[in-house]
Design a protein around this ligand. Structure first.
Ligand SMILES: C[S@@+](CC[C@H](N)C(=O)[O-])C[C@H]1O[C@@H](n2cnc3c(N)ncnc32)[C@H](O)[C@@H]1O
Length: 188
């Protein structure tokens, strides 16, 4: 018998969509670098001629990401809130990824916050180049998570269809409030 297919988790689906979209040499943003898994993935997608710009509030997250990615020259990390990304970015961006919630293995009280997340998302779509992709993985199992997830989903649903395509991916029958993925494409 053929091996049993396994549906991708939201984080895996985000990587699939991002890897289809990102070209070598692109400039992309990791809005929540955390332990650096997404940053490393993005750095591999854009290659040595591309650029990954990463943000996190926590010094520990920046340090872990630096270690995981081996200080590659195509990665620039900022210990700053993603809601200030317009202080650091001037050029159009091919892809931006958000992985909300708390740092696995870190301080569970330091979580992304509904208001700053919305500010950052609104600024992010303005920087996306035509055809660019924004992904958001939202976790709704921790305190504040459901409110943040709902606010992000409501905002994404309200984006003008002539300018953006918005899709949502999630498991429908999983216990314990599973995360969901929003994929937002800026139309050409
Ligand atoms: C779920 S973790 C990210 C996981 C990460 N993408 C990875 O691959 O390991 C969420 C991160 O968002 C960070 N964070 C919280 N608020 C933030 C903000 N306003 N700006 C940037 N990062 C923030 C937290 O410090 C935490 O490291």
């Amino acid at each position: 018998m053929a091996s049993v297919a396994k549906l991708p988790r939201p984080t895996e689906m985000a990587h699939r969509l991002l890897s289809e979209r990102i070209q070598e040499g692109d400039t992309v943003v990791d809005a929540t670098v955390g332990n650096g898994h997404d940053t490393l993935f993005l750095a591999n997608c854009v290659g040595e001629n591309g650029h990954v710009i990463g943000f996190d509030l926590q010094a520990g997250a920046i340090e872990k990401t630096r270690k995981r990615t081996g200080n590659r020259p195509n990665i620039t990390l900022h210990q700053a809130g993603h809601e200030t990304l317009d202080d650091f970015i001037a050029e159009p961006i091919a892809a931006i990824t958000f992985n909300l919630g708390y740092l696995p293995g870190g301080d569970k009280n330091l979580i992304t916050d509904k208001e700053s997340t919305l500010t950052a998302l609104k600024k992010s779509v303005a920087f996306l180049e035509p055809g660019g992709l924004l992904t958001v993985v939202a976790y709704i199992g921790h305190e504040g998570g459901p409110e943040e997830g709902e606010a992000v989903s409501d905002w994404a649903s309200s984006l003008d269809q002539d300018n953006f395509s918005v899709a949502r991916y999630e498991f429908q029958n999983q216990r314990n409030s599973p995360p969901f993925l929003l994929a937002i494409e800026k139309r050409m």
